[in-house]
Design a protein around this ligand. Structure first.
Ligand SMILES: *[C@@H]1O[C@H](CO)[C@@H](O)[C@H](O)[C@H]1NC(C)=O
Ligand SMILES: *[C@@H]1O[C@H](CO)[C@@H](O)[C@H](O)[C@H]1NC(C)=O
Length: 397
């Protein structure tokens, strides 16, 4: 047998297999659906909602791999729901700008994708939520009949999907809300709103599993990333936050039957001038649930108000019954290699529940400096610490 021909045959097989694994999509019929072909006009003024919905419906029904293209231009759209299930994988290639209608629109979403498997959103384009035309409607702290403002991008029950390399600008409410999703990668995102804009959280997620948020820049008026009830196996890597309120787990304990939060890893992140750094927040008057298996590591703080913060008496509005103790059990949380500068004296602040004290909190190689002596507060915590401990963690262990 000729050895050379054998190895060549096997190399062809290997190359073929590699191609197949790398790009399954290349082997199924592909069709491009340009929203302009369906009547969308990229002049910034013509309402193109119908054209987008029509193009999406056609793309979704295509029995193959479809690419919904938003070309260069500014398209006034929404609110819209792109609803699956679709017949094949679908790309939403955003090259241009999608522009939201001005003002409050009486909906919880601007752009919503629901029940879609294998969705890819990418293309370097911009979602301009035009929050500046609506933030003044956000008076919920004073007005119980307040209008809720739309989230810019909602993904509900989306699976095996990617959101990559797009910009979200000035959302009216949260920039992105992820609900009921599984196996999602969100990467190279740029999320921007002014520091004083209300509730413009970068990415909020809940009731979702196997989500990775990476290599992104998030500058907003509220939480950079917040992980609500039912967040499970979530990775946050290489994210720079600030301004804003930092990376949060919670708030938790407010509603009936909240699912636990577990398997959260936050790594290689930078918090720049944020109000909080790494925070777990639960309401004092709260229902029972659990937060466990959380790792925060290799995080840099630049002038952060509360770098390490567990707050089981979370009370943003200021009128909570804090004589109550939270029923959310926090346990198995690691803070490792957290360094940089604290803007307040309270560099490490672990305020746990009297009813369900925090269990197994680990602090290792903490190096946080403050212009004066920084301090540590620990209430109802069972913690251990090793390596560098700056500030002194004696109060916690
Ligand atoms: C702690 O951080 C400061 C700068 O913030 C640095 O100069 C110092 O070397 C660090 N200490 C250790 C032991 O790593
Ligand atoms: C720690 O610092 C905070 C904020 O300055 C202060 O309110 C608190 O009394 C200090 N605690 C201790 C134990 O020194």
């Amino acid at each position: 047998m000729d050895l050379r021909s054998l190895s060549c045959k096997s190399c062809i097989v290997v190359i073929f297999l590699l191609l197949l694994v790398n790009d399954v999509r290349a082997y199924i019929p592909t069709k491009r659906f340009n929203v302009e072909a369906f009547g969308a006009v990229g002049n910034g003024r013509t309402d193109s909602s119908k054209a987008f919905l029509y193009a999406f419906t056609r793309a979704c029904q295509f029995n193959g791999y479809s690419i919904l293209l938003v070309p260069k231009g500014t398209f006034l759209v929404g609110p819209v729901v792109f609803k699956g299930p679709c017949r094949g994988p679908i790309d939403f290639q955003l090259r241009g700008i999608m522009r939201a209608p001005a003002g409050a629109v009486g909906m919880d979403h601007w752009i919503s994708f629901r029940y879609i498997d294998r969705l890819m959103i990418y293309g370097g384009g911009i979602l301009d939520g035009r929050g500046e035309t609506a933030w003044h409607y956000n008076d919920c702290s004073r007005n119980s009949n307040c209008q809720s403002l739309p989230v810019s991008l909602r993904l509900d029950f989306v699976t095996n999907s990617v959101v990559r390399g797009i910009t979200s600008l000035n959302s009216k409410n949260f920039h992105m809300n992820i609900m009921g999703c599984t196996n999602l990668r969100m990467e190279r995102l740029h999320i921007i709103a002014p520091a004083e804009s209300p509730n413009t959280d970068g990415v909020h997620l809940g009731y979702s599993e196997h989500i990775r948020i990476s290599d992104s820049i998030i500058a907003t008026g509220d939480d950079c990333i917040s992980l609500g009830p039912g967040s499970k196996n979530i990775e946050v890597l290489g994210v720079t936050c600030g301004p804003g309120h930092g990376i949060s787990i919670g708030s938790l304990g407010k509603y009936q039957n909240e699912l636990d939060v577990s398997g959260i890893k936050v790594r290689n992140c930078v918090l720049d001038g944020t109000d909080n750094g790494l925070r777990i927040k639960t309401w004092a008057t709260s229902l029972k649930s659990k937060v466990h298996d959380i790792t925060f590591e290799d995080v840099i703080m630049n002038n952060v108000y509360n770098p390490i913060f567990i707050d089981q008496q979370y009370c943003p509005g200021g009128n909570c019954d804090n004589s109550k103790a939270s029923s959310v059990q926090i346990q198995d949380v690691m803070f490792r290699r957290i360094r940089g500068t604290s803007k307040s004296q309270a560099a490490v602040n672990l305020r746990c529940s009297r009813l369900y004290p925090c269990k197994n909190i680990k602090l290792a190689d903490i190096n946080l400096s403050y212009k004066g002596p920084a301090n540590t507060t620990c209430l109802n915590v069972q913690a251990s610490a090793w390596g560098l401990q700056k500030p002194d963690l004696g109060a916690c262990i």
